[in-house]
Ligand binder design. Structure first.
Ligand SMILES: Cc1ncc(COP(=O)(O)O)c(C=O)c1O
Ligand SMILES: *[C@@H]1O[C@H](CO)[C@@H](O)[C@H](O)[C@H]1NC(C)=O
Ligand SMILES: *[C@@H]1O[C@H](CO)[C@@H](O)[C@H](O)[C@H]1NC(C)=O
Ligand SMILES: *[C@@H]1O[C@H](CO)[C@@H](O)[C@H](O)[C@H]1NC(C)=O
Ligand SMILES: *[C@@H]1O[C@H](CO)[C@@H](O)[C@H](O)[C@H]1NC(C)=O
Length: 789
């Protein structure tokens, strides 16, 4: 939350008992003396009311002053909030606490009249930065979604320099901005001069104040009150105190100004990917992201119905499909910081470090189980695919008689996407993405694929080459290949694919690899491909060496590449795609989710027979490929950690429940048999996906894992279809700028569309309540849009 006329600061202490309340009081009094409206909030207070911090503020505010002290949660037990909550048997979730704080800030913003100038809210935390909130979450993490600018109170006691610097690091690495540091002076030790210099380098001013008078013995409370009154009156009127308040005002104004000018700076500086700049009508169309947490961006935009400049915006594309554990994940951030501290970046060829080896071994143990034996590192999905292509093409080329240099293409799927670098692009069918690129050749043949989706509430298989469109009784049956192998489609697929291959090679075309995205073709329009078709395709290709390879190839087969950049690692709710398809690739590529979306990294897994092709006497026969940041330790360490987290999430109760919802026969299956079952599931509710598919404006809707996709009917005839269409963007436009509901509960949505296909992607740990809310908003929006049909 950020109100132009009301600044909110959170007071964190480097330790408990460092003077947070005294400094809060000084700041309140100094602000009030300048005639500004001041609010003081202690979100959580424990211990008796008389001793509480907000009573302290009430006691020392001048008569008739505009200071309003308030407390949201008060517990009598004089212990840490998490213990007090336990003793009082109170369950106070972080969401609940933050929700109430947001309400409070809205109220303050309403009460602060902008004519009276810039008002201030001081929010005092309890204990040190990492002292627990009532839920048990450490405060710096619990309050992080608000990301209020910080007043850090340094520790002026024994060992205080160390605790203060630690507190700073804690807040800094969590994404907080620290506006000022305050502390008590000690004329003898002069600790503040050390800290002053240290913070000055960070451009953070530190101000040291005289300490309050010593507390007289217990029975002289009145004397103490007198002393303190005197102390406050003196301190609050010092030029130091006024300067601190002025600095806080200035940092606030700067922040507002920066956020307001970012769009113009962006519009005149950036060259955006995948964007027609002519269509940017106003810089105000750009999304200003102040920060992000879990599934939401905090975006800056003035909205007529919202006094706050910042509002939550759901990250509908999971930031281009990279996010799986949520933004700003502290565990991953800490792993990244640790690896950065330990190594920075180090060169990789013929070197080894723990993060790289542990990631590689983990990938072979999981995704590469029973087929892969080598791991090659690169930086992103496109280059991971380039590496895969180089591996596969060499393997195939070596099967031809020496001296022959066949012009090898790839066998791929219509509507596939493998990246935007020149080579990866060439392994895809020509489309809006690549056809306009001068060097694009499109070196491949593209097979049309059958797809699966709900239409009018029924799960439909769409065969692009046939009028007869079979139905499935349920998603669970569609993805159970061992069952479906008994059906008649197997033979039809086999015949169809074989005849396509015969047709292609009969015209003299030669292929170096089969390339496919398992289960879902992402960028090509979120096509949920029939898994049986992909399994049969792999089998047919492997049994068609006599057609696809030269006679010299003997018993070799055409290499099969799985591009799992989008669909792998749990994105679709499966631990591996091979467990669903029942076939294994020779090469597979992983990126995006690999690092939980924190840093770019890709790995290409290869089988022993692919690796062996590059073993020779001369350097030239090796795979001469590498990138500056190959296997960089930060990326590898983060990937190792995020893969652990993704594995845990796939085994979590949430996913077990989702599996039982989407695969009803699991309910009757004993737990012991459920291990390793590749049953389909989705975090989106089954009844919701079905109802979506019944709307008049929707052609089909489908979901697996975290992905929900649907195709919107085009209204204007003659409009470009597929990616060139803007049907989905038009249909979803009402969701972008406001949610349904009033601030602070309204939720904007940041959406990316693929022509007439709309989609939403969550993390694997998205809150259930959030997904239900998105479903509600989406239905609301598309129902209204359906009235045009
Ligand atoms: C299936 C697939 N392969 C490759 C890529 C390219 O990955 P990157 O954008 O990391 O280069 C993408 C990106 O969307 C993808 O979806
Ligand atoms: C800072 O000051 C205190 C006395 O207030 C002293 O005991 C302490 O050792 C000093 N130094 C550090 C490094 O904290
Ligand atoms: C990789 O992750 C595992 C936990 O799954 C952890 O025990 C190990 O220390 C990690 N390795 C590195 C190098 O970070
Ligand atoms: C992918 O990684 C390669 C290798 O580091 C780099 O050259 C390229 O710019 C990256 N491409 C994208 C699209 O990020
Ligand atoms: C697939 O169906 C068979 C029965 O044909 C059943 O035994 C098996 O458990 C099912 N597999 C999954 C993953 O549901």
């Amino acid at each position: 939350m950020l109100f132009p006329h009301l600044r909110i600061h959170q007071i964190y202490g480097a330790n408990t008992d460092v003077g947070k309340t005294i400094f809060s009081t000084i700041l309140c009094l100094t602000n009030a003396a300048a005639g500004n409206r001041v609010f003081y909030l202690k979100p959580v207070s424990t211990g008796s009311l008389v001793d509480s911090d907000h009573s302290h503020i009430s006691r020392y505010r001048p008569h008739g002053s505009p200071i309003d002290p308030e407390c949201i949660i008060r517990m009598n037990e004089p212990v840490s909030p998490h213990l007090a909550a336990q003793k009082a048997r109170q369950v106070i979730s972080d969401e609940n606490l933050l929700g109430r704080m947001r309400d409070y800030f809205q109220k303050c913003a309403k009460r602060n009249n902008k004519l009276t100038g810039l008002g201030a809210v001081y929010v005092e935390t309890a204990g040190g930065t990492l002292s627990p909130a009532p839920s048990g979450t450490t405060q710096a993490d619990a309050y992080r979604p608000l990301r209020l600018p910080v007043v850090l109170v340094a520790d002026s006691k024994l060992g205080g320099i160390s605790t203060t610097l630690s507190a700073y690091e804690t807040l800094h690495t969590r994404g907080y901005n620290i506006d000022v540091v305050l502390m008590f002076k000690d004329d003898y030790y002069q600790n503040h001069t050390y800290l002053e210099r240290w913070f000055k380098e960070k451009n953070i001013p530190l101000t040291a104040f005289d300490p309050p008078p010593l507390r007289p013995p217990r029975n002289l409370d009145e004397k103490d009150e007198m002393n303190m009154k005197h102390y406050y009156a003196q301190t609050a009127s010092t030029s130091d105190a006024r300067r601190v308040v002025a600095t806080l005002d200035m940092r606030h104004t700067d922040r507002v100004q920066t956020l307001e000018t970012l769009p113009d700076r962006a519009a005149s500086t950036f060259w955006y990917p995948f964007s027609q700049h002519k269509n940017i009508r106003s810089a105000q169309d750009l999304t200003v992201i102040d920060s992000a947490h879990k599934d939401v961006f905090t975006t800056a935009k003035s909205q007529p119905n919202n006094p706050s400049l910042l509002s939550p915006t759901f990250d509908g594309s999971a930031s281009w499909w990279t996010q799986g554990i949520g933004h700003g994940n502290q565990q991953l951030a800490a792993v990244a910081a640790n690896a950065a501290g330990r190594y920075g970046h180090v060169i990789f060829p013929l070197a080894v470090h723990e993060p790289a080896i542990e990631l590689a071994e983990r990938m072979l143990r999981t995704q590469g189980k029973a087929w892969a034996s080598r791991v090659f590192f690169s930086d992103n999905g496109s280059t991971g695919m380039e590496v895969a292509l180089k591996m596969a093409l060499r393997k195939t080329a070596m099967l031809y008689p020496s001296g022959e240099k066949p012009d090898l293409e790839v066998l791929g799927l219509a509507g596939s996407y493998h990246g935007d670098t020149i080579g990866a692009m060439d392994a895809c069918e020509g489309g809006v993405y690549n056809s306009a690129v001068e060097w694009y050749k499109g070196r491949g043949a593209w097979l049309e694929t059958p797809t699966i989706g709900f239409e009018d509430g029924h799960l439909q298989l769409r065969l692009p080459w046939s009028d007869r469109q079979p139905r499935f009784s349920d998603v669970e049956n569609a993805y159970n290949l061992s069952k479906r192998r008994e059906g008649t489609l197997v033979e039809r697929y086999r015949k169809h694919i074989t005849s396509r291959i015969q047709e292609l090679v009969s015209t003299g075309r030669r292929f170096g690899a089969l390339v496919l995205e398992p289960l879902v073709l992402g960028a090509g329009g979120m096509k949920f491909v029939d898994p049986l078709f992909q399994a049969i395709l792999v089998e047919v290709v492997r049994s068609s060496s006599h057609l696809l390879l030269p006679p010299t190839a003997k018993d070799a087969t055409l290499p099969v590449i799985f591009d799992e950049v989008f669909s792998g690692l749990g994105r679709l709710g499966f631990a591996t795609s091979t467990s669903v398809l029942g076939v294994k690739p020779d090469i597979a590529v992983y990126a995006k989710l690999l690092t939980g979306g924190l840093v770019p990294l890709a790995v290409t897994l290869a089988s022993q027979s692919i690796f062996d092709v590059f073993i020779g006497d001369d350097k030239a026969s090796a795979l001469l490929h590498g990138h500056s940041y190959t296997a960089y330790p930060v990326g590898c360490a983060v990937a190792n950690a995020s893969l652990s987290m993704l594995e845990d999430l796939l085994r979590s109760d949430t996913f077990e429940e989702a599996r039982r919802e989407w695969s009803p026969s699991l309910r009757s299956m004993p737990d012991s048999e459920r291990v390793d079952v590749a049953a389909p599931s989705s975090l989106w509710s089954r009844s919701f996906v079905k109802s979506l598919s019944t709307l008049p404006s929707i052609n089909w809707a489908m979901s697996l894992g975290t992905v929900l996709a649907f195709e919107v009917k085009d209204t204007d005839r003659g409009a470009l279809s597929g990616y060139g269409s803007s049907a989905a963007e038009r249909a979803l436009a009402p969701l972008k700028d406001f949610g349904y509901g009033a601030p602070p509960d309204a939720l904007n949505m940041h959406l990316r569309t693929l022509g007439n296909v709309g989609y939403l992607i969550t993390s694997l740990n998205s809150e259930k309540s959030m997904i239900r809310r998105l479903e509600g908003n989406l239905l609301h929006c598309l129902e209204a849009y359906s009235s045009h049909f």
